[in-house]
Design a protein around this ligand. Structure first.
Ligand code: SF4
Length: 601
């Protein structure tokens, strides 16, 4: 690798390397859809941005290093790192980079490149919005917010929560102030306010560039890159999200103000698909972080910025929220009419509450009729009011209303399209009682999810702050957090209470919560009492211990069970444990009054 003209630009890839490498239980993942060959994990190092930057620094001492991308963006200030269970410093310090560009950063990086190319030294680029830099003093900063120091937030949970809250309130390009995080008297990380959002023409220009829409041809021989399948014929139509889910870091990366591409730009991109030999007529997605958000949530925010202390959809719809799907409907209609396009799917998440607030049913009707590929995935995440309020999600009644409307609509159009709810276990605020409520709901609707997502504490979310500190940064009040692997496993098992392997955990959870009423044969019970089976197991144990006594064989109880399963009769025939031992092998019954009387008869 040669020395660049201006600077090294380093990212960890399009997914955080730790999320990419480890599951929520901190087990190493076996597959990596972003690596050629797919089934090969571990081609990138853990904490890739730090590793790459330090390697560069070893070889090129004086060359500027600028880090960016999702991994750097969400770790720009000190943050709780779930994988090491520590509060880490800003990635700017650990990477030894000179500058960090956060967010989508198209405009910031151009301004930085212009500055470097005009001869300004990297140490003097301390004015570009959307960047963080290191400083030895704060004396030149105007109207900056000094956050609690790194040392303080490591020692004090309230200070950590306060720091997070201040950062969350300064993510809007109109109202945000400069933030300063002290590390010592002579070391500070300075975060300048976010860069202004893209205008529609800027957005169109960026997405109108002649991208290859494929991985590098050299990866073909290795089996290609699996992740391309989902995105190759998908169209990014918007960015930003005013949904405000507490477990999502999007506010820190793209902000709450919606930005969207024009209809003509989106249609042009789709028209180009038909010239691709791989295109079979299916557009996989037309969306963004939330498919059905196209416009800013209200007009006021364009002048005043988004509200610092208020959410647009939580705890209920803001009275200023403008609900309108008409432009999105128009775009989808145009895409459907493109020759050789057979189907246009919407696979990005739909905010069902926003959809329900729309008095015009056109979007809902056309979505269900034209844009669902057999099942619509939505994210109610939970049903319990308490858990939902810590997630920042709408009340369960909104989701219930949506499911009824969805069922009715499918009957009208005579389609069997399933609704698949994404559900999350062990989110802060969700205790065993919340998890049982969710299990009861699943029992009532007759649905057993294939997969359950445990809450994953990733950097830069309010929920991760709750997880680490036990404090809700919105209110600074304490919140319950399920932290032990046992507690988490019980919540997860309750969501899949029908799975045989979850029986013991579900029973333990129900007993611990004092909900034994849900164990038994009643129609409302989640699991049955296992009395019959345990009696059989006791019989089998009795039989095996008699054999052991007879033959003098050793072995623990696990071995006994295995040998019982594998035991074969004469001629290699399997001996059924249910039939039991032959008469001569049976342990002699104890003489009791009843036995003696029986014999006499
Ligand atoms: S006024 Fe309402 S809709 Fe507008 S930004 Fe504030 S909370 Fe959102």
């Amino acid at each position: 690798m040669g020395e660049p003209k201006h600077a090294f630009l380093v990212t960890g890839g399009n997914i955080d390397s730790m999320v990419n490498h480890y599951s929520v239980t901190k087990k190493r993942r076996k597959e990596d859809a972003y690596t050629p060959g797919g089934n090969v994990a571990g081609k990138r190092p853990d904490r890739a941005t730090i590793v790459y930057s330090n390697l560069i620094r070893q070889s090129f001492k004086g060359v500027p290093i600028i880090i960016g991308g999702i991994e750097a963006s969400l770790r720009r200030m000190a943050h709780y790192d779930y994988w090491s269970d520590q509060v880490k410093r800003s990635i700017l310090l650990d990477s030894q980079a000179n500058l960090l560009v956060y967010g989508m950063a198209e405009k910031s990086i151009i301004e930085v490149a212009d500055a470097l190319s005009s001869g300004i030294g990297i140490e003097h680029i301390t004015y570009v919005k959307g960047t963080c830099y290191k400083a030895t003093s704060t004396k030149d900063l105007y109207d900056a917010v000094i956050l609690p120091s790194y040392k303080t937030i490591r020692q004090n949970n309230e200070d950590y929560a306060r720091s997070f809250k201040a950062q969350a309130q300064n993510t809007d390009s109109i109202t945000a102030k400069t933030l300063v995080e002290p590390y010592s008297d002579r070391e500070f990380v300075v975060q300048l306010p976010p860069k202004s959002i893209l205008t529609q023409s800027e957005f169109d220009r960026i997405y109108g560039l002649p991208y290859e829409r494929n991985y590098h041809p050299s990866y073909e021989a290795l089996g290609g890159v699996a992740a391309i399948q989902e995105v190759k014929f998908s169209i990014i139509a918007n960015r930003g999200c005013f949904g405000g889910c507490n477990f999502c870091a999007l506010t820190f990366h793209q902000g709450r103000t919606m930005q969207s591409r024009s209809e003509s730009s989106i249609v042009r991109e789709a028209e180009a698909f038909v010239w691709d030999n791989d295109f079979k007529g299916y557009i996989h997605d037309v969306g963004g972080p939330t498919a059905n958000f196209r416009k800013p949530s209200c007009r006021m925010q364009l002048k005043n910025g988004v509200c610092k202390n208020k959410q647009c959809l939580f705890p209920e719809k803001c009275k200023n929220l403008e609900v309108d799907h008409s432009e999105y409907v128009g775009i989808l209609r145009k895409l459907r009419k493109i020759p050789k396009v057979k189907k246009v799917f919407v696979r990005s998440g739909i905010r069902f509450d926003y959809l329900m607030y729309d008095k015009d049913p056109t979007f809902f009707n056309e979505l269900t009729e034209h844009h669902i590929s057999g099942q619509l995935k939505v994210a109610p995440e939970h049903v319990d009011h308490c858990a939902l309020s810590y997630m920042g999600k709408p009340d369960h009644t909104v989701y219930s209303g949506f499911t009824r409307r969805y069922d009715k609509r499918n009957k009208q159009i005579d389609k069997k399209q399933f609704l698949v709810p994404y559900l999350m276990s062990s989110h802060p605020g969700s205790d065993l009682h919340s998890a049982i409520k969710l299990a009861e709901y699943l029992r009532d609707i007759g649905h057993q999810p294939q997969q359950v997502q445990d809450f994953y504490p990733t950097p830069a979310t309010a929920s991760t702050t709750m997880y680490y500190t036990g404090i809700d940064p919105r209110t600074m009040k304490e919140v319950f957090v399920a932290k032990t692997s046992k507690e988490k496993a019980m919540q997860r098992a309750l969501i899949q209470f029908k799975k045989a392997q979850n029986y013991d955990l579900v029973k333990e959870a129900l007993v611990a919560a004092g909900r034994e009423d849900l164990i038994g044969n009643g129609s409302k019970c989640l699991i049955k009492e296992k009395t019959g089976r345990s009696q059989r197991n006791q019989d089998a144990d009795l039989y095996l211990s008699s054999l052991k006594k007879k033959k003098g064989v050793g072995g623990g109880s696990d071995n006994k069970q295995k040998s019982l399963k594998k035991s074969k009769g004469p001629g290699g025939q399997k001996k059924s444990p249910a039939k039991g031992p032959s008469k001569s092998e049976r342990p002699r019954k104890k003489k009791t009054i009843r036995n003696v009387h029986k014999k006499k008869k």
